[in-house]
Design a protein around this ligand. Structure first.
Ligand SMILES: [Zn+2]
Length: 289
């Protein structure tokens, strides 16, 4: 059992997904370095009770279950949304399902956003390097993307956008530039945006600019080695009200959800800043229902 913190921790970014849909080359990269416990991870994807046990052991109250369609690159089709919603039914207060609408494939983008909400999806995930368009592609003709943002804004559904690189086969890292969220924040001023990964490993200056400029853009810290968070964002304390904790577990390089928290807790940050990042900010964005 991990030492309890006096507040409930949310890890808003973990990959519980229908991994059986992964294309073979993608599965190969996912498997790398975890061959010895691969079967156990696969089993976790079928069994919310097993995940809840890991969370209990790790002192984690809530997790975000990242899912998004990427049929041509990753292999996930739209059923990934039903997967997330069904999985989360096991403990709706602790498992927050993410889902997506793919603007290059959807025939009814606004209606599909409504359907996500009907399913119980708590946050819409956009993954530019895996879905193959820049996050502001609606400014250059991808109208469906604008319709998705607009509907999410109207319905109060937060949107998480991947920023930074990706190493999966076929991923286009150039579309990980967080500066593209500047457009989105301007054009959809009431949309709550979570910027996943803060543009790591080399767009942190652009990320910090966008985060400071727009009140509705939040920093989501997953994928950044916790011991290096202050190297990546030396002025993190200025973002104390809009940074949320996440790990990206069990993606390549992320071994253990708790280990990341413990490393984060050793950083020289004020106690109230830690608390806001690990707990309060996520609770505000995703209240317990
Ligand atoms: Zn991720």
């Amino acid at each position: 059992m991990a030492a309890p913190t006096p507040y409930p921790i949310t890890d808003i970014h973990i990959h519980i997904q229908p991994w059986r849909q992964l294309k073979p080359a993608v599965a190969e990269v996912m498997r790398r370095g975890k061959e010895d416990h691969w079967q156990r991870l696969i089993a976790l994807m079928d069994d919310p009770a097993a995940l809840l046990e890991v969370m209990d052991r790790s002192g984690i109250q809530r997790v975000g279950l990242i899912n998004y369609p990427s049929p041509d690159l990753m292999g996930f089709d739209d059923s990934t949304n039903d997967f997330a919603a069904t999985y989360a039914d096991a403990a709706p207060n602790r498992l927050l399902p993410f889902g997506g609408v793919h603007p290059r494939f959807s025939k009814d983008p606004a209606g599909d956003v409504d359907r996500l909400i009907d399913l119980g999806i708590r946050c819409l995930k956009i993954h530019p390097p895996h879905q193959l368009f820049p996050a502001n592609a609606y400014t250059e003709g991808l109208d469906a993307l604008g319709a998705i943002y607009r509907r999410a804004e109207e319905r109060g559904l937060p949107v998480m956008v991947h920023t930074g690189t990706s190493v999966f086969p076929g991923a286009r890292s150039k579309w990980g530039n967080p500066l593209e969220l500047d457009d989105v924040a301007i054009d959809f001023p009431d949309l709550r945006i979570l910027m996943a990964h803060g543009g790591r490993p080399f767009w942190m200056a652009q990320a910090f600019f966008v985060l400071r400029r727009h009140r509705n853009v939040h920093l989501e810290l997953s994928g950044i080695p916790p011991a290096k968070v202050l190297e990546y964002f030396p002025r993190l304390e200025e973002l104390a009200d809009k940074a949320v904790w996440g790990t990206d577990w069990p993606s390549p390089g992320v071994k253990d959800m708790r280990q990341n928290i413990d490393q984060f807790l050793t950083l020289p940050l004020a106690e109230d800043v830690r608390r806001r990042i690990l707990s309060d900010n996520s609770l505000r964005l995703f209240p317990t229902r």
